[in-house]
Design a protein around this ligand. Structure first.
Ligand code: CA
Length: 233
């Protein structure tokens, strides 16, 4: 991963500098900007491999920046947040962030997360091009990273897409929350179960699959999730 470019967007100088120094010492190439508009310009110009993005920025909110930089192309984002409320985390993911860290965080943990996201990106890019998966009225297209339901496009964040793809590839197979976290996020943490649950809840909402008897994703109580069998391709 040496030489990968990381853009650090953080207005607090001390944090920005500590993050920069640590990432450089780990072999990353690092650029820093201190506000949202500069972050958008830097992403457009440099196409970094990953963005470390502070949620609370002057002038322009981190979530807005996150949405803006995802408009043209998928850039992985690790969100830094001073707030601990679950709502903020969920909002961050909904805006397209790949992961988040709550301040204060350890630099060691930051490096773990950065590496996990980059490994996930590598895995996705290197995955052999596979045919779209057809289940029921759902099409999950790994090559184009698109989901169609009854012919209409469903917009999922990168993480939501990975979860749905993982489940839809193996209908009937039960994936534990920890296992999903491992496969999709590339690491596990103590809050993993809830994070997975909130993502699945959002996928269901987007697919209109919130009924007690779901069409696509089945809850296996106390364990995890499985794609409903019977819609095979
Ligand atoms: Ca800040």
């Amino acid at each position: 991963m040496t030489g990968r470019e990381v853009l650090v967007v953080e207005d607090e100088e001390a944090i920005a500098e500590a993050v920069r120094a640590r990432l450089v010492s780990e072999g990353f190439s690092v650029r820093m900007v201190h506000d949202g508009p500069k972050a958008i310009t830097a992403v457009a110009e440099r196409r970094p491999d990953l963005v470390v993005l502070d949620l609370m920025l002057p002038g322009m909110d981190g979530l807005e920046v996150c949405r803006e930089i995802q408009k043209d192309a998928w850039v992985p984002v690790l969100m830094l947040t001073a707030r601990t409320e679950e709502a903020d985390k969920v909002a961050g993911f909904a805006a397209g962030a790949d992961d988040y860290l709550t301040k204060p965080f350890s630099l060691r943990e930051l490096v773990v997360r950065v590496r996990a996201i980059l490994r996930r990106m590598d895995r996705i890019r290197q995955a052999p091009a596979t045919e779209p998966i057809q289940r029921f009225d759902l099409t999950v297209d790994p090559a184009r990273r698109r989901v169609l339901r009854d012919g209409a496009e469903v917009t999922l964040t990168p993480l939501e897409f990975e979860i749905l793809l993982t489940l839809a590839r193996s209908p009937g197979v039960v994936f534990g929350r920890d296992e999903l976290m491992d496969r999709v996020w590339g690491y596990r943490d103590y809050a993993g179960g809830r994070v997975v649950d909130s993502h699945v809840a959002r996928i269901r909402r987007k697919l209109g699959d919130e009924a007690a008897d779901p069409t696509y994703i089945r809850t296996v109580h106390g364990v995890g999730y499985a794609f409903v069998e019977g819609g095979g391709d």
